[in-house]
Design a protein around this ligand. Sequence first.
Ligand SMILES: [Zn+2]
Length: 244
Amino acid sequence: MSLSPEELKRYDRQIMLFGKEGQLKLKRTTICIIGVGGLGSPAAIYATAAGFGRVILVDKERVELTNLNRQILHWTSDIGEEKVVSALKKLTKLNPNVSIEVINEEIREDNVHEIIKEADIVLDCLDNWRTRLIVNKACVEERKILIHAGIRGLDGQLMVIVPGKTPCLYCVFGEIREEEGKFPVVGPTPAIMASLQVLEAIKLATGYGKPLLNKLLIFEGHHTSFSEIPIERRKNCPICGHFD
Ligand SMILES: [Zn+2]
């Protein structure tokens, strides 16, 4: 695998950071983005623009008018369209070097392994804990890196899960909490958190920089602050406790 003259030019500003080798590592990396909504839209744009070789998008929903304040891959003319199809149309125009694959399915316990099996890195761009914990368990079992983000209102959180090395979502958050259903949000909140998800993915794929490990990052938008909470693996975690 090599980089074409077009790619060398396209990625010029990031090759300045991590070299052609780093860019090739991105090209060899498959990233699976679960959820193509508020988080998944900007995450998919940045992952595609950065030149991950394969981007797999997973979502079952269709575009609705109330999505458009934050789900920036979907536009007014896409209302009623499948989100993965709406996303695919724009992303292939953004960067034809990237192989974009779409899976129009809802994540369940019986399909999650098949969906993530070819991914090197999985992004949790979901909006509910029931599905998140299914993805968390599967990523631990398949030893896939999982980058979690969650948002509400002006606040967000970020956590990187490297199975066997860092806590998993269950270690930190435990059993399924009450789902809120429809919650308030402004577009920049998921954009901030999704940008951080892709930044972590770029660092992990290229080896450039230092990933956020064993820390939960909290963003509070009301007064604009970031803080970190140290987190630890739970030895008795039913999901990842079996690792040494
Ligand atoms: Zn765990």
